[in-house]
Design a protein around this ligand. Structure first.
Ligand code: ADP
Ligand code: MG
Ligand code: ZN
Length: 608
């Protein structure tokens, strides 16, 4: 059999060899030369084209098999006039010897195929493990990490995520060090972020850095083929991984299998469910010394099955944010490496001009710029090429929906600055760590506030302060733009919930007194609060509603007062946000230096 295949290959190459000895030109070039009148004769033999020039030199070309030569020339813009006999002679040879070869092949081919089939079946019977029997085995690709193609140097603009994964790499490099101190190596790391933020890239970098085997598979590959295959693929993958530990298993796009079970309309999700169950079983079955770390990536953490997020599974979650201006500059630096840039190129300006771009967009943009420069016969890529390429990327299909107008950006900046200023002015409110106008999920921007300490007791003052800072966003919009937007809907929801809880569950309303209103039936098994049973009269219900409204309105009023009082700081913060998109806590301290004694929001005896 092998000899036979060998002969076929040899014959094939011999034939090819003959065809490529003369200079080979593309059919497009042939058309061009005919139009320019540079060709005296063309000989067409099946799909082989021989071009003969006035000086008797020759060139060869190939035509597409499914159209005649003349048809193809016409498609390439050659007119009937160009093809007139005084211009060029076209000599079409009738099917000749080749026809005979094809005819013979027609007789021989079926025999070859039958022979091949027998061979295949024979191998199968011996359990030779050829492709057809491999359905149940994982198709994970294994990388040894001996010659890394991607390292942490190639990842930029997402410092926190990099930091987290560096730790994972350290675990894998020297597990003994951590185990000696009784540390438990994390089982799973879940990378979450918008498409193109570098999740796959980061996982590859881990494999490049860790120096341990790295199995990579995509969630969609688990489910693509036959029913019942997914689960056995998972089993096989983990068996391999465990026998190879320490190692990493990377499941890209885990939402393909890890979708909320029972979600989705119609159709059976059995296959997915089995696959997911198997992943969970494998993860739970790891011993403490298994040393297999699972890294999974998803664009859609919102649809993930809660079982995947339970403790002991993906116990580390890493969010990859869209990069801010400084991040974008760093990413541009990475991708500009080794490309000839003209001296006038300013990456900082480019970073400024690309709000909302993720790493993949930036890479795409640099590539477009290089293409533009090459088409203009330039030796270096200059600033104008980049500016044009930004427009191209913005105009691209998947980018359009993500564009934010300047007006919207301004509103978002003031909204977030409003949260920050109110929170800062209230000693009881949580500490502001970071303000950003880069979209995260549904929110246009975000203000990251963290409590100073964990607390089990929450004072009334603290809740009120939180309500005021939540309403600070909406209040800033009203003060600055005399109009309000839908951007605050989530804030309002939370504030309303807090106020209602204060009144009905915490007894924090003077009007209604220290009482609990309404009974909650808790579905203990599901851990969810299900129904609320009313045990109070209609008139009390009205009082509750009135009291809730009063609390919220008072908080809103206070938020507006605080912001009017600190209007300059509000403006400065918003401007700074528009300029650099994020503000870290240290920078915030500079702009709004209010050293405030914090006591965790607990009541102080001598407070006013
Ligand atoms: P995801 O998996 O999150 O959708 P990828 O990792 O596939 O995104 O990113 C696609 C490409 O975009 C990468 O190959 C890389 O060239 C570029 N890229 C994305 N994020 C970054 C980053 N943080 N630093 C450098 N390049 C990046
Ligand atoms: Mg990816
Ligand atoms: Zn808000």
């Amino acid at each position: 059999m092998m000899v036979f295949v060998g002969i076929i290959i040899l014959v094939f190459f011999a034939v090819r060899q003959q065809a490529v000895t003369m200079e080979e030109i593309s059919i497009g070039e042939v058309a061009q030369q005919i139009r320019e009148g540079k060709v005296s004769r063309v000989v067409v033999n099946e799909d082989e084209i021989t071009v003969i020039y006035p000086d008797e030199s020759e060139g060869t070309s190939q035509k597409e098999p499914d159209a005649t030569f003349v048809e193809q020339l016409k498609e390439l813009g050659v007119t009937a006039e160009d093809l007139s006999p005084d211009n060029v002679i076209i000599d079409i040879k009738p099917p000749s010897a080749w026809f005979g070869v094809i005819n013979v092949l027609g007789y021989v081919l079926p025999f070859i195929m039958i022979a091949g089939l027998f061979y295949f079946v024979f191998r199968q019977a011996r359990g030779g493990g050829t492709a057809a029997m491999n359905f149940g085995q994982s198709r994970a690709r294994k990388f040894t990490g001996d010659n890394p193609t991607v390292t942490f140097d190639d990842v930029a603009g997402i410092p926190e995520a990099k930091e987290e994964l560096l730790e994972v790499v350290e675990f894998l490099r020297e597990p003994e060090k951590f185990i000696a101190l009784g540390a438990r190596i994390p089982k799973g790391v879940l990378l979450m972020g918008a498409p193109g933020t570098g999740k796959t890239l980061l996982a590859k970098a881990v494999s490049g850095e860790a120096g341990v085997p790295f199995y990579s598979i995509s969630g969609s590959e688990f489910v693509e083929m036959f029913v019942g295959v997914g689960a056995s693929r998972v089993r096989d993958l983990f068996d391999k991984a465990k026998s190879d530990s320490p190692c990493i298993v990377f499941v890209d796009e885990i939402d393909a299998v890890g979708r909320h079970r029972g979600a989705g309309l119609g159709g059976s999700h059995d296959e997915r469910e089995q696959t997911l169950n198997q992943i969970l079983v494998e993860m739970d079955g790891f011993d403490t010394d298994t040393n297999v770390i699972i890294i999974a990536a998803t664009n859609r953490p919102d649809v993930l099955d809660p079982a995947l997020l339970r403790p002991g599974r993906f116990d580390r979650r890493v969010i990859l944010d869209r990069p801010d201006m400084r991040g974008r500059e760093a990413i541009l630096e990475v991708h500009a490496r080794g490309k000839p840039l003209a001296p006038d190129v300013d990456l900082k300006t480019l970073a400024k001009a690309t709000p909302g771009f993720v790493g993949a967009d930036l890479e795409n943009m640099i590539n477009e710029a290089a293409i533009l420069a090459a088409r203009r016969e330039k030796k270096m890529i200059d600033q104008t090429d980049f500016q044009e390429s930004i427009e191209r990327v913005i105009a691209g299909p998947e980018r359009k929906s993500r564009l934010i107008s300047d007006v919207e950006k301004q509103i978002i900046a003031y909204h977030e600055a409003g949260h920050a200023v109110t929170a800062r002015s209230l000693p009881e409110a949580d500490t502001v760590h970071k303000i950003s106008i880069i979209a995260r999920g549904q929110a246009g921007g975000y203000t990251l506030m963290l409590p100073e300490s964990d607390r089990t007791l929450v004072s009334r003052k603290k809740i009120l302060a939180d309500m005021i800072s939540l309403l600070g966003g909406r209040a800033a919009e009203e003060i600055v733009f005399s109009d309000i937007t839908s951007g605050a809907s989530n804030d309002l929801e939370r504030v309303t919930q807090m106020a209602r809880k204060m009144v009905t569950r915490l007894g924090m309303s003077s009007e209604l007194g220290p009482m609990v209103y309404g009974q909650k039936d808790e579905m203990i098994f599901l851990g969810k609060e299900f129904t609320e049973q009313r045990d109070y009269s209609e008139s009390v219900a009205e009082k509750i509603d009135g009291e809730v409204k009063q609390l919220v309105c008072d908080a809103y009023q206070q938020a507006k007062e605080i912001l009017s009082e600190h209007r300059e700081i509000l403006d400065t913060l918003a401007e700074k946000l528009l300029e650099q998109e994020t503000i870290e806590s240290a920078e915030l301290d500079e702009i709004f230096p209010v050293p405030q004694p914090k006591n965790g929001g607990m009541p102080v005896k001598n407070s006013k």
